[in-house]
Design a protein around this ligand. Structure first.
Ligand code: B12
Ligand code: SF4
Length: 463
């Protein structure tokens, strides 16, 4: 039995095309979902994982599969449907799963033979068994997996050529921010894989550099932090020789022992969602956790950096409180916090989130010709109607923010302070130049976006 597991091409990667800027090699990440599914697949299936982000293959020249499984984030939905149509025309059954299939079930049911909602760990062997007997059901629901059942991902199945390997150690997030799908999809309960499983799986990863995909590697409560410390101790003891980056909340900075253990275990960078510097903005986004009174964010960032861990800060533009000038304001605040990199995204109503429900009820979803418009749901385009910012205005704010933060003057300043603080100035320089080199590509993408929206006759112009 032959199984193809496909990650459809990702418009974001194609916008900041690898060919156009070689730094973008570091932005093509492994599709871990498919590697996990492969880990759940019994040996009678011959598995090929196709990651279209490395280039779409010539499917007609490939051997005919018995089953095709397709994953998709919302922004990949259109390409996923093209692939489903291609294989279904050949009479090959197609199963779709992942975040988009879960959040837009009816849309996906119309385009695939079978849909698996939520986490597939507990249900995938059953799906394969049914496919083998020609009795696939229209819908399966995996619910939330027991973390003991999460298999080792098949790190051996993907081609070489990725800059980073990938691993997951926890699922779920209790914070339930209004714009984020994680709590709706993976639940509010923070679930942790057994530490020996994580250490063993790290050893199976070929790459020296690894992305830990957890939404929050350290968690928010005392017992989560204790577990993170145990994990880091076990990783250091296993002498993995890996360098890794992860996502965490700002409480990462609150515990010197945690930071020291993370660094010893190989942590080189952390991605932190600040979202906005305004307390009323945090309330709007439902991210009250960041509202801790008396926190000095500059000191927090500096404490993390002292352990030779880079800090990438993420902010959102387009909140109801955001007014003209917000772009420069974010660049300034990120500079004050002292983050090494800045990633700013447009506030985007992703399906299944509280923000989606709110904006839909207020008639503020401007790009709503689905499924075609899903391609703009990369958080890199303004798809909604923003309270104080027009379409052209919000794009200008984004451009001015990036230009300001990634100006040569500021880059030199950051690299110089890295040198001064005995951190790695070269990594900082390379990463900053990589962001900077994409500014030109981003501007081109915005110009195309504005042109396409301007050509439409559905009333979205000028919002
Ligand atoms: C790692 C990650 C990335 C990596 C992607 C790596 C990759 N190629 O997969 C990078 C950094 C590139 C990335 C980019 C983006 N991401 Co992202 N990312 C994640 C993150 C943190 C973890 C994903 C992961 O690997 N999970 C581990 C695997 C094992 O879990 P899983 O993917 O859910 O898979 C399980 C099930 O879903 C199911 N399943 C999945 N696929 C399939 C397929 C079949 C056939 C079946 C049966 C089952 C099945 O089975 C798996 C095992 O249980 C998630 C948050 C999250 N918790 O999921 C956000 C998340 C998926 N990203 C999100 C977004 C918005 C983006 C971006 C659009 C935003 C941006 N500008 O950064 C881009 C665009 C990417 C694109 N493809 O277009 C949103 C997606 C929401 C949505 N509706 O699409 C999420 C949910 C975060 C959020 N805040 O809401 N991302
Ligand atoms: S944005 Fe981060 S903290 Fe907020 S719900 Fe999503 S994963 Fe949790």
């Amino acid at each position: 039995m032959r199984l193809y597991l496909i990650n459809p091409s990702n418009p974001l990667v194609s916008i900041v095309k690898v060919k156009e800027s070689r730094w973008n090699r570091y932005r093509v990440w492994k599709p871990l979902s498919l590697m996990v599914l492969a880990g759940l697949t019994p040996p009678e299936w011959e598995i090929s994982i196709v990651d279209e982000n490395l280039g779409a293959p010539d499917y007609p020249t490939m051997p005919r599969p018995d089953l095709v499984g397709i994953t998709a984030f919302t922004s990949q939905a259109n390409r996923a449907y093209e692939l489903a149509t291609h294989f279904r025309r050949l009479g090959v059954p197609v199963v779709m799963g992942g975040i988009h299939a879960t959040m837009c079930l009816d849309e996906v049911m119309e385009r695939a033979d079978s849909v698996v909602t939520r986490e597939a760990d507990g249900i995938w062997p059953q799906v394969l068994e049914d496919a083998r007997h020609g009795s696939l059901k229209r819908r399966y629901d995996g619910g939330l997996a027991e973390m003991n059942d999460v298999p080792f991902a098949r790190h051996d199945l993907l081609a070489k050529g990725y800059a980073f390997g990938a691993i997951q150690t926890t699922r779920g997030c209790p914070l339930n921010c209004s714009f984020c799908s994680v709590t709706a999809f993976n639940g509010a309960h923070y679930r942790q894989r057994p530490i020996p499983d994580v250490v063993r799986e790290f050893q199976l990863i070929r790459e020296k550099h690894v992305l830990v995909v957890d939404d929050n590697l350290i968690g928010t409560r005392h017992e989560h932090i204790a577990r993170a410390k145990d994990l880091f101790r076990a990783m250091a003891q296993a002498n993995l020789g890996k360098e890794w980056v992860a996502q965490a909340t700002i409480n990462f900075a609150d515990d010197e022992e945690l930071l020291a253990l993370a660094a010893k275990a190989g942590c080189k960078g952390v991605f932190i969602g600040f979202e906005t510097s305004a307390p009323e903005g945090l309330l709007e986004l439902g991210k009250k956790f960041n509202l801790l009174k008396g926190r000095d964010l500059r000191a927090s960032v500096r404490r993390i950096q002292r352990h030779n861990i880079l800090v990438a800060g993420s902010f959102i533009i387009g909140l109801d409180i955001d007014e003209p000038g917000i772009g420069k304001r974010i660049a300034e605040v990120a500079g004050q916090y002292g983050v090494d990199h800045l990633n700013v995204l447009f506030l985007t109503p992703l399906p299944g989130t509280r923000l989606w429900d709110q904006m839909k009820s207020e008639g503020r979803i401007a790009l709503d010709r689905f499924p075609e418009d899903w391609k703009y749901y990369t958080l890199t385009f303004p798809v909604a109607r923003y309270k104080h910012l027009s379409l052209a205005g919000i794009i200008e704010e984004m451009i001015s923010c990036d230009r300001d933060f990634y100006s040569m003057r500021r880059i030199v300043h950051r690299v110089w302070s890295n040198l001064w603080q005995h951190r790695k100035p070269l990594i900082s320089l390379v990463a900053n130049l990589s962001y900077r080199s994409n500014l030109r590509l981003n501007c081109r993408a915005y110009a195309d976006f504005k042109r396409q929206r301007g050509n439409r006759r559905d009333g979205v112009r000028g919002v």
